[in-house]
Design a protein around this ligand. Structure first.
Ligand code: FCB
Length: 452
């Protein structure tokens, strides 16, 4: 498949790929790293498919230099990674673990030496287990510990990391970690979900101030998982169901960050007393940010439950889906971007994750053909280009993921990478989509150079 013309993207558009610490690093107990909620959860029988854990993962902790070499070959402008909180604060408090900071120091230097900009996420779900034992995100103290962590990391790396993301997808942490229990720490309580969401947001606001102090020249933002939510029919009940789910998943996070308020309809449905907000919290959460990170994978189609319960997500049997059974719907990304621009007008947007899992195999000649992923990337990049043409200030795009990795509750069964990882040997094999993305980026650069 030929790369598409890429005039739709601005000259300085940032081409990236994304990962997260627990999903790739391995070295789970090396150099003083403490236990995280994901270590504990994965070690609990029945929680993660096939009993997989992140103990070894892609062994990025030891192989990062080889991987940065591949990034260079790909022509990436930027690499999004996350920092493992329990590497820095093994028990959540006390002195910072220098050996943990040293690792990210080396990684950042390696990236910069290869002209790849580091985009660092502070929290991609690996809370120190000791903090979870003391209440986790349901208590305010965890937000306070998070700010100490943000301070220690930015004091060390703030001179070199130009883009900081406080949190990755707080909605998923709150809903799947504390509501459905599908993710660590595996709690199942609506009260905990609401409290966790508030403390995650509060800690974001506090961390923004700390990052500004320690890295005055850096750009600071947060990444939200935003999905288009369509009603299954025109019926008022289904329309209300769609609005309700949009409220819980999208507006609950966007409104406080951009407007300093929680959406009234959602507060009413939770019960006014259920959100543990103290004076000043909403002002803190609404601290101006330099960019919004958008993660997008699918859209939801919802119906009202017959019994008057909450919105019910329905599947269209004709829809094309990925290996996660997520609907492939690039128009949803366009709609999300237009909506964010219309309702919240962020200064700048980065697509911090977009990609797809397919059942990739390495064939006899050693290659990995993944035409579905190339198609997925091409059609979603087309959607991003159209959103830019229609006025959304999108400044970069990060494929999820650079490497196949530990896909949370699905373990290693779902491959999202543009680089295949042979887990028994840890060998890296660039998939066809890697070469497609490389050519796409190169074509964009050639178009820009030709136009100037
Ligand atoms: C997102 C997560 C990321 C990855 C993708 C598939 O929700 O941020 O870590 O698991 O989904």
């Amino acid at each position: 498949m030929n790369p598409q013309p890429t005039r739709a993207f601005p000259a300085d558009f940032v081409w990236g790929a994304a990962t997260a610490a627990y999903q790739i690093e391995g070295a789970a107990f090396e150099d003083g790293r403490g236990e995280s909620v994901w270590d504990r959860f994965a070690a609990t029988p029945g929680k993660v498919r096939s009993g997989d854990t992140g103990a070894v993962a892609c062994d990025f902790y030891h192989r990062y230099a080889e991987d940065v070499g591949l990034m260079r070959e790909l022509g990436l402008d930027a690499f999004r990674f996350s920092i493992s909180w329990p590497r820095i604060f093994p028990t959540g408090a006390g002195p910072a673990n220098q050996a943990g900071l040293d690792f990210y120091d080396r990684l950042v230097d390696e990236l910069l030496a290869h002209d790849v900009q580091p985009f660092a996420t502070l929290f991609h779900w690996d809370t120190p287990q000791a903090l979870e034992d003391a209440g986790g995100w349901t208590v305010r103290a965890t937000a306070e510990r998070f700010v100490e962590y943000a301070a220690a990391v930015s004091a060390r790396l703030g001179d070199r990391v130009g883009h900081w993301i406080t949190h990755n997808e707080p909605e998923v942490v709150a809903s799947l970690g504390y509501g459905s229990g599908i993710h660590a720490p595996g709690r199942t309580s609506e009260a905990d979900t609401i409290a966790a969401s508030h403390h995650l947001l509060l800690s974001h606001g506090w961390a923004v101030a700390v990052l500004r102090a320690n890295a005055p020249a850096a750009q600071v933002g947060i990444t939200l998982n935003l999905s288009q939510i369509d009603a299954a029919s025109e019926s008022p009940a289904d329309q209300t169901a769609a609005r309700d789910l949009d409220g819980r998943n999208n507006r609950w996070y966007l409104d406080p960050i951009f407007r300093g308020e929680y959406p009234e309809d959602v507060v009413a449905s939770y019960g006014a007393d259920s959100v543990p907000v103290l004076d000043g919290d909403l002002q803190t959460i609404a601290a101006p940010i330099d960019f919004l990170g958008v993660n997008n994978y699918f859209r939801h189609v919802v119906r009202a439950s017959a019994n008057g319960g909450g919105p019910r997500i329905v599947r269209n049997p004709d829809a094309e889906v990925t290996d996660m059974r997520w609907e492939i719907y690039p128009q949803g990304l366009y709609e999300v971007l237009l909506r964010v621009e219309r309702d919240y007008a962020p200064v700048s947007v980065y697509i911090t994750e977009n990609g797809a899992a397919f059942g990739d195999v390495r064939i006899h000649d050693g290659s990995v053909h993944d035409p579905e992923r190339q198609d997925f990337l091409r059609t979603h990049l087309d959607a991003v280009g159209r959103a830019i043409a229609d006025g959304v200030p999108v400044n970069g795009y990060f494929v999820w993921s650079f490497l196949d990795n530990f896909e949370w509750a699905e373990g290693y069964s779902k491959r999202f990478g543009i680089v295949y990882v042979d887990y028994p040997t840890l060998e890296r094999i660039p998939k066809d989509s890697f070469y497609w993305y490389r050519d796409f980026i190169a074509t964009h650069r050639a178009v820009v150079a030709g136009a100037s």
